[in-house]
Design a protein around this ligand. Sequence first.
Ligand SMILES: Cc1cc2nc3c(=O)[nH]c(=O)nc-3n(C[C@H](O)[C@H](O)[C@H](O)COP(=O)(O)OP(=O)(O)OC[C@H]3O[C@@H](n4cnc5c(N)ncnc54)[C@H](O)[C@@H]3O)c2cc1C
Length: 406
Amino acid sequence: MIYDIVIIGAGASGMAAALSARSGINRPRILLLERHSRVGKKLLATGNGRCNLSNLQAGMLDHYHGSHALAQPSLAACPPDKIRAFFTSLGLETVADSEGRLYPAGDQAAGVVDVLRLSLQEWGIEVLTGFEVCGLEPSFRIAARDGRTVQGRRVILCAGGPSGEKHGGTRDGHKLLAGLGHRITPLYPALCQLKTEPEAVRALKGIKYRGSITLLENGKAVQRETGEIQFCDYGLTGIAAMALCRACAQGLAKGRDMRARLEICPASHEALMDLRDRIPGRLLEDFLTGLVSKRLGQRLLFHAGIAPLSRRADSLSEAELRRLATLLSGWTLKLTGTQPLAAAQVTAGGAAAEDFDPMTLQSRLLPGLFGAGEVLDVDGDCGGFNLHWAWASGIRAGECAAASMG
Ligand SMILES: Cc1cc2nc3c(=O)[nH]c(=O)nc-3n(C[C@H](O)[C@H](O)[C@H](O)COP(=O)(O)OP(=O)(O)OC[C@H]3O[C@@H](n4cnc5c(N)ncnc54)[C@H](O)[C@@H]3O)c2cc1C
């Protein structure tokens, strides 16, 4: 049996590619290959089980990194409205939260996987699970690790990247493309925790706050994020801190000095003196309670070398208030690393953009081969942008692969 289109990987981009290819006028015969025993394993873990599947701003290129040239045509062809309409056509409604993040109306990632799985069945798309692709020949003969082979006229590679290893991430897609002569740019973790010197943060473990965080590369500010930041026993987590991971990993790999400046709350030395004078009798254990959470306030006093907490506010010296103001408005921590790629939400880097036609996502090296999703050198911000790229590029690759059948 020779299939018109064989798709490797039944994750977000692979299922979108299959459904969009099948809806073409020539109704190609499609086979979707998946190494796991079920489709959409990683999708189930997304958005803490709620699946933040897109974002109302997902059409804007500045939310993406890697190759903008490769990303732009697919994003322009598949704006958020089209992704919502795609899911509506499958029977799934989406809702936006106050920050524009799109979720399934049922608030369950499992619902997204179910409608995709059911639609694959209803649309007559063959799915082979437990088929771990280990060989892809230029003739489009595809071999599985257990010895089975299948043949396609077109192939769409949607095997994702090595991030999220415990949710099924692999390097297989990059290996298969490299075997066909495609170049792979260096891979870095994106959207994961930052490591600091542990003694600086360990006592703050578990404390979270909303504030700003700036990434400094050799002392120069290169990225600033505002949102939730949380201390953990080895460093910083929370959406705002994780957004710095990509640039931090790249800077450290180049041997740069990377630091994070925390703006916990905008308190100047003068403002703290004024506060001291307004609440002279309050004990230090509650001195910052009106500005930040009580526990964080106590830890900051400790870090500023101010003790004991049983002292009264009016005992605070100018020097102590100055140290405290520096910590509150610009506490700078040396970054020693990030969590590894396997633990990241997304892979930054991937199959080099120059080897693909951005209009069709077809390989320039091997016509008939298409790529989509995280395997390519495109990654997005936190907030639904990565899944948006997976759907948009999958739909684009599926449409173009089907159209290329004539
Ligand atoms: C914990 C977590 C939470 C996340 N939450 C969000 C979120 O809320 N919003 C968001 O936008 N993004 C989120 N992401 C990122 C998002 O999941 C990915 O960007 C997206 O899934 C990429 O889609 P893909 O189709 O390229 O790859 P994947 O979804 O990883 O799919 C690739 C598929 O290929 C299969 N495969 C791999 N190798 C082979 C092989 N050799 N043979 C056969 N099959 C193979 C894999 O098993 C997998 O099913 C999250 C990621 C993680 C890890």
